[in-house]
Design a protein around this ligand. Structure first.
Ligand code: UDP
Length: 449
């Protein structure tokens, strides 16, 4: 009997990229597929290894041998690290997949790999399995990566670096300006291009799944569909489609929820720069000063190591920054719970794609302070297309911080942005319910397996 069931079940192998913003949506997808009856194997690198919780005990976790140490991530930065990781892992992944094929009783329906784990593709092709790409960024970010590669192929660095055209719109990419393209401080332009060429290479992939929604990303989805010539399935926001298993790499400090419980409705601005970015201590002090003079309450995530260039420990810096009782600081927050809290009125964000989906999924408007990668493009969409965000550009100084916070928290503009964010929340909710666009898209994808 057991054997018959096993023969009927099929397994999906998932390969997340080793970063918080990539692991979480991959595990949400794993959960969604598991609910549809698939067995799940997750192949992880040793770097940023997610320790499976009891909620994930139905999944099989395997390790890709030969990954790079954390020091390499700190030395190289995320972009160059991913390029090196791919070179390091492509052989060991093939061996691992070969072992899985021998030991597994169930048929492998497909291998779904994060777009940044592109070294997976040749191994899957060699074993004649089905390849599927998961993009954990927006469709417009995917398009921008394509455009960077095309601009580089045409003119080399001419349009990408120091061209003096930074403020101009990139043709056909409105509202993206040259300076919003994801050639980033994480890596040199050349490294970015090398990485993007690989992430845009579909190889033998049969389809691309994207953690996005038609109502946010329609024109970019159409662009991608035409360019890639394989089905593109927008199935997000995944965190709204399934009850997520815990996937946090850092310990969440729940005490901030108790603090939020004591605050008035929509009176708190939540601040987080995501899992990778860091800021100069000078900027952190300007920010603290602007927040205090805005007279608004704030909950601020300051990850260990996320403030650079200070002799002081983060604790000492905190005590210097927060002299009033209107602020609360944690090292890592239960972000989705925070954004769902009635006391939170706005989100000061680096504009990572997960943070955007989580914020809009709760109808929370944003202050955008992007750093690198896809974040600048995301900020443009928030401000110019969906009109639910205010971008703070240029040098970060206390006056600009105070003005942005007041505009969103107490200004009339803020009321309008809140209204639009709530309307998007309803659209996002509807997309993952039965007959919603993302719900149908996930079903369509599963039917292909
Ligand atoms: N996050 C969290 N607690 C925090 C800060 C962030 O749980 O204190 C989570 C957040 O909910 C999101 C992820 O970390 O799911 C960050 O992903 P995102 O794409 O926004 O940014 P990245 O870290 O990849 O730059």
């Amino acid at each position: 009997m057991e054997k018959t069931n096993l023969a009927m079940r099929r397994r999906v192998v998932l390969v997340p990229a080793p970063a918080q913003g990539h692991i979480t949506p991959m595990m949400q997808l794993a959960k969604a597929l598991h609910l549809k009856g698939f067995s799940i194997t997750v192949a992880q690198t040793k770097f940023n290894y997610l320790n499976p919780s009891t909620d994930l005990s139905d999944f099989q976790f395997v390790t890709i041998p030969g990954t790079l140490p954390e020091s390499e991530f700190n030395n190289l930065g995320p972009g160059r690290f991913m390029v090196k990781l791919a070179k390091e892992c492509h052989v060991s992944f093939k061996e691992l997949l070969g072992q899985l094929l021998v030991s597994e009783e169930e048929e492998i329906a497909c291998v779904i790999y994060d777009e940044f784990m592109y070294f997976v593709e040749p191994a899957v092709t060699e074993f004649k399995l089905r390849n599927v790409i998961l993009s954990t960024t927006s469709a417009s970010a995917f398009v921008c990566r394509f455009v960077v590669c095309k601009l580089y192929a045409k003119d080399g660095l001419a349009q990408l670096k120091g061209s003096g055209r930074e403020e101009e719109l990139v043709p056909e990419l409105d509202p993206i300006r040259y300076k919003d393209l994801p050639v980033s401080v994480f890596a040199s332009v050349e490294y970015s291009v090398e990485l993007f060429k690989n992430t845009c290479y579909k190889g033998t992939a049969s389809s691309v799944i994207i953690n996005t929604v038609r109502c946010l990303d329609m024109s970019s989805l159409e662009w991608l569909q035409e360019e890639l010539e394989i089905p593109v399935y927008p199935i997000g926001p995944l965190h709204m489609a399934v009850t997520a298993p815990p996937t946090s790499l850092l310990e969440e400090n729940e005490s901030c929820i108790e603090w939020l419980n004591k605050q008035r409705s929509s009176s708190v601005i939540y601040i987080s720069l995501g899992s990778i970015n860091s800021m100069e201590s000078k900027e952190a002090l300007e920010m603290a000063s602007g927040l205090v003079s805005s007279n608004q309450n704030f909950l601020w995530v300051i990850r260990p190591g996320s403030i650079r260039g200070s002799e002081m420990s983060e604790e000492e810096l905190f005590s210097k920054m927060v002299t009033l009782d209107r602020g609360y600081i944690v090292k890592w927050a239960p972000q989705k719970q925070v954004l769902a809290h009635y006391a939170v009125g706005a989100f000061w964000s680096h504009c990572g794609w997960n943070s955007i989906l989580e914020s809009l999924g709760e109808g929370v408007p944003m202050i955008c302070r992007p750093f690198a990668a896809d974040q600048k493009g995301n900020a443009r969409y928030l401000e110019c297309v969906w009109k639910v965000g205010i971008q703070v550009e240029g040098e970060l100084e206390r006056g600009a911080v105070e003005r942005a916070v007041k505009r969103l928290m107490i200004g009339e503009e803020g009321v309008e942005m809140k209204r639009r964010a709530l309307s998007l929340k309803e659209k996002l909710k509807a997309s993952v319910l039965a007959e919603g666009s993302s719900h149908n898209s996930l079903d369509d994808f599963i039917n292909t397996l």
